[in-house]
Design a protein around this ligand. Structure first.
Ligand code: UDP
Length: 318
């Protein structure tokens, strides 16, 4: 089966490309290289350079494909607060273009990269898929709008679809040609930035006045390889005319101070940090209930926080 991976040159998408090929799938990648890297992809993959805003390019990329994994999106909470129209255009209009072209091409199977940011500030922890959705950022709102559009397409057109709501994705994968891990510019995520923290330029921690046990935000970190293994299971599990929404996390929450302690322990050195004001768009606590992923996908995360930190560190060493 050939799978179109949109955003396949990005961090998470390029791990999907590697694992799909490992499992015997043919892969086409559609990516505009706005944040992705061509060298994250194998040389012999079918690569179409272009945006999900361009319908003709999507149609070309869908040639011979039977399924789509849709990662192409703008994905930074702080940037979305500054540029909500850009996020709406790429994430919502781009995904609607993709759905329209899939229908025209008769491609009926979709796994969508959604996010825990759709839930906003949750009322109950851990978060289940039936929790209220009330995004606190334009990023979360755009992904929620796409989830709704996919539900409609499943009802209307018989699409077989699964949206996977990611919590905090970390780590990398070592391939023959080297490591694939996060290479964002600017890098906004906690663990990669923590690994670069020095006493001259310590990482800034966004708030220690949150309603949590130590005042710092709590997140649920998941290894990118566990995450993509769930995508491949979802590709197989999607059923015609149905849209399932499934959380992907590890099911455990860590405060930022706990992540700093785990990272310092893994590196054998005390990492410096500095407390600063809260960042716009951040909820206090996000922890997943992953029972639906376990049941529906027959999946289980197996890589712990120490491995996420170690892999991110190894990848940064090259
Ligand atoms: N964070 C921080 N300093 C940083 C980066 C992140 O204090 O340099 C905090 C951020 O406010 C959030 C948590 O770490 O509470 C995880 O943020 P990240 O950007 O990694 O992922 P997000 O939860 O926004 O998807």
């Amino acid at each position: 089966m050939r799978v179109l991976v949109t955003g396949g040159a990005g961090y998470i998408g390029s791990v999907a490309v590697a694992l799909l090929r490992r499992d015997g799938y043919d892969v086409t990648v559609l990516d505009d290289l706005s944040t992705g890297h061509r060298d994250s992809l194998p040389a012999d993959v079918r690569f179409v350079e272009g945006s999900v805003l361009n319908s003709a390019i999507i149609a070309d990329a869908l040639t011979d494909c039977e399924a789509v994994m849709h990662f192409a999106a703008k994905s930074l909470v702080p940037e979305s607060v500054a540029k909500p129209e850009l996020y709406h255009d790429v994430n919502v209009n781009g995904s609607k273009n993709l759905l329209a072209q899939m229908k025209l091409a008769g491609v009926n199977r979709l796994v969508f990269s959604s996010t825990a940011a759709t839930y906003g500030e949750p009322e109950v922890i851990p978060i289940t898929e039936i929790s209220q959705t009330n995004p606190t950022s334009p990023y979360g709102a755009t992904k929620l709008e796409v989830d709704h559009a996919i539900t409609e397409a499943a009802k209307r057109d018989g699409l077989a679809a699964i949206s996977l709501r990611y919590f905090n994705v970390v780590g990398g994968i070592k391939l023959d040609r080297g490591w694939i891990s996060e290479r964002h510019t600017p890098e906004t995520h906690l663990i990669p930035n923590l690994l670069r923290s020095t006493s001259a330029n310590p990482i800034k921690i966004f708030g220690n006045d949150w309603p949590t046990k130590d005042g710092t935000c709590i997140r649920d970190y998941i290894h990118v390889v566990d995450l993509i293994e769930a995508h491949i299971a979802a590709l197989k599990a999607a059923k015609t005319g149905s849209h399932e929404i499934i959380n992907l996390g590890s099911g455990s929450g860590y405060s930022i101070l706990e992540v700093i302690a785990a990272t310092s322990a893994a590196l054998g050195t005390e990492l410096p940090y500095e407390m600063t004001a809260r960042r716009a768009g951040d909820p206090a606590v996000l922890v997943a209930d992953i029972s639906k992923a376990r049941t529906l996908l027959g999946w289980q995360p197996t890589r712990d926080l120490a491995q996420m930190v170690n892999d991110t560190y190894e990848a940064a060493q090259g």
